[in-house]
Design a protein around this ligand. Sequence first.
Ligand code: OOG
Ligand code: NI
Length: 302
Amino acid sequence: METKSNKDLDTILNALFIPYMERVPDVQKISKAMISHGIIKDESKIVNDHIAFRTLGIPHLGIASFEKIFLHYGYQKRDYYYFEGKKLDAYWYAPPADNYPRIFMSELRVSELSEEAQKIIKKYTQHIAKDPVDDIDLNDPKEVGKFFYKPLWEMPSLADYNTLADESEYAAWVIYNRYYLNHYTISVHDLPEAYNSIEKFNAFLESFDIKLNTSGGKIKTSKDGLLKQSSTIAKMVDAEFMNGEKAEIAGSYVEFAERLPLPAYQDGKTINFSRIQRRDGFESANADKIFESTYREQTNNV
Ligand code: OOG
Ligand code: NI
């Protein structure tokens, strides 16, 4: 895949990234530490492995709605993943060019939740009678950028948020955070040698007090051993619920990924591996634990 500049896609990614950076102080904290340790010259040198979004699987929303945005900008739908315990479906999308991040998009299987949880989700979303993405001009990247923050439903009450969280932390996260960027991912194998593995980079992060998700261990490794991931614990944000009720709830987080070269290229001769020469895609068992970066079991431990 070639490197291409796409101004419209840049506009959309910036619209996601700027509020994300403000909501997640770890983003800047990590970039500043990388610059001060001479790991990178400036933030633009960080390779973004992928970004992630969460959606609700109900009529007119979910992946079938949200993916239209990125398919329009040249992303290609790839593998499917299923998370039985968490009641989630997900797909990943390959970018139109190597210099853009992959996308990991998940969806809650709402019809499998308890009657009570389904009722709460319906209460906030039943007025949605058509796909809101169909109402935006996808050729206008500024309009697309605004769409991510458009309140598609009312702010939930704190009681409803808590009831949802007791059954599905994911449901509670989406009912409040909607299409805010869930995380971006630093590509660790693209860093200088002293930092280019998950083990080395985690040690660096912990040296300035970044708290890592411990679910399933700090390092999540795929069955083939070629995709290694870790993530921070989500930053708490001051949330304002219906009627002005306030609470601290989980916002977004940062992820780190190391993609090792595929066996065919581990010949000892290849030095600079291109994206297609490394492990691509995702791994269900890794992802299952990474979702928990926003779960209270992790956020309560900070
Ligand atoms: C996504 C968790 C999975 C990955 O890279 O496998 C993931 C989420 O928390 O919504 O990001
Ligand atoms: Ni991820």
